[in-house]
Design a protein around this ligand. Structure first.
Ligand code: SAH
Length: 404
């Protein structure tokens, strides 16, 4: 591992390729590279210069990845303990500023925190680390030691079972990196308790990106009949129950997720208004909105939340995903009472807010409903969006009130 900047291998970019990097986008693809001044090992710290030899930054090199260089700093600094410590402190300061009350949040969100290839989530006293770039993976000991220093956590885990690691030449790795983890962890989001299985749950355990949206969506729940579609372990529904919903029905196709949602409801003393069902939301909505020749669907919900997984692994999957989105919105709108609210989310990189809203409006047209937009949602501020890096923006949502 080279940290002596004088001897750093230099990656020279082709003419015209520097501006993106200067603007702050950290990815350099093979096609942007003119040549290397000396061979660089995969994972090595390199400097990047434009074709006129002006320094653009330093970062990790990996010939195996489509992203040959991930730039981490615009100035010539070494990848030493002080560097990682400084980056982590800066990331923590952002969270303290924007989520001063939170005990569970994303500490580091990769590119958004100038640490491409690193994600760190905090669930109370347990930290979960994901390294999706070779250079970052090799520096895990430095990162773990800085995290221990900053947080004094009970345990630091790695959840490195993401499929994307293979594009970096990395295998899967799960386990405890520091400290000890006994049994299930209980994390608190907005004062509600959630049991999380950090060793095997979705993502690193919970959908932390929805934390502030749970609170905001719950504002529409008071006194009403609520459906939490794609509920996972119950984030939206439990916040709705706490906000005073008369009933909340939780739906997810994973029986395990539904069971966890039920446990979480009990743990928070919210079991009374809640009911749970393991079902495919598409089939369930279809069954609920199926009518005979002279029958009409009877709307019975005051708040419907739809927070499906991303149906689009790639661009080619977008048309099918949009058909799916339209169908569930059409059926959900038929089940919504006048004045009721549909809160709906899309976490696909490939479907932006404009396209997503168009699909909802197309569904509203078919259902002959008129919508009033009453809220827009984004990923939480612990998943910062840098507009110069479009990949950092993925979660969008709307709340629409049924105007007619
Ligand atoms: N709203 C949740 C996150 C939902 S993630 C939260 O805030 O925590 C998406 C969920 O949809 C997963 O739990 C997955 O099991 C579920 N799911 C995926 N496809 C589904 C389908 N067709 N019907 C029902 N649930 C589905």
């Amino acid at each position: 591992m080279t940290t002596d900047s004088a001897s750093l291998p230099t990656v020279l970019l082709r003419p015209g390729e520097a501006d993106r990097v200067v603007a702050g986008h950290p990815w350099i693809y093979h096609s942007s590279i003119l040549r290397l001044t000396q061979p660089a090992a995969d994972g090595a710290w390199v400097q990047v210069k434009d074709h006129r030899q002006r320094l653009l930054g330093v970062g990790f090199y990996n010939s195996k990845s489509k992203i040959n260089v991930r730039v981490l700093a615009p100035e010539r600094v070494p990848a030493d303990p002080a560097f990682f410590r400084g980056r982590l402190e800066a990331a923590v300061a952002v969270r303290r500023r924007h989520l001063p009350e939170a005990s569970a949040y994303r500490v580091v969100n990769a590119e958004s925190d100038f640490l491409s290839g690193l994600v760190v989530d905090k669930y109370g006293e347990v930290l979960v680390v994901q390294t999706s770039a070779l250079g970052m993976d090799q520096r895990k000991p430095l990162i773990v030691s800085a995290l221990e220093d900053l947080f004094k956590p009970k345990a630091i885990l790695e959840r490195n079972d993401m499929a994307t690691r293979k594009f970096e030449g990395l295998g899967e790795a799960n386990g405890v990196l520091a400290g000890q983890l006994e049994g299930e962890t209980v994390a608190e989001l907005n004062g509600l308790k959630f049991h999380v299985n950090l060793a095997a749950g979705h993502k690193t355990g919970l959908y932390l990106d929805q934390q502030s949206n749970y609170r905001r969506v719950a504002e529409f729940a008071r006194g009403g009949q609520v459906l939490d579609g794609f509920c996972f372990v119950g984030g939206f529904g439990l916040h709705a129950a706490r906000a005073g919903a008369a009933r909340v029905h939780f739906l997810d196709q994973s029986a395990e997720a539904v069971a966890a949602a039920q446990r979480n409801a009990a743990a928070n003393g919210l079991a009374a208004p809640c009911s749970f069902e393991a079902a495919n939301v598409f089939d369930w909505l279809k069954a609920q909105t199926a009518t005979g020749p002279h029958e009409k669907v009877i709307p019975r919900f005051d708040l419907i939340v739809l927070d499906p997984p991303s149906f689009t692994r790639n661009r080619a999957a977008v048309p099918d995903a949009l058909r799916g989105y339209k169908e569930i919105h059409l059926r959900a709108l038929k089940l919504l009472r006048p004045g009721g609210v549909l809160a709906t989310f899309c976490c696909s990189h490939h479907v932006d807010a404009v396209v997503f809203e168009e699909v909802i409006l197309a569904a509203a047209f078919d259902a002959r409903r008129l919508l009033r937009r009453v809220a827009t949602y984004h990923q939480g501020l612990d998943h910062p969006i840098l507009p110069v890096i479009p990949e950092t923006e993925y979660l969008k949502g709307f709340a629409f009130e049924l105007a007619r």
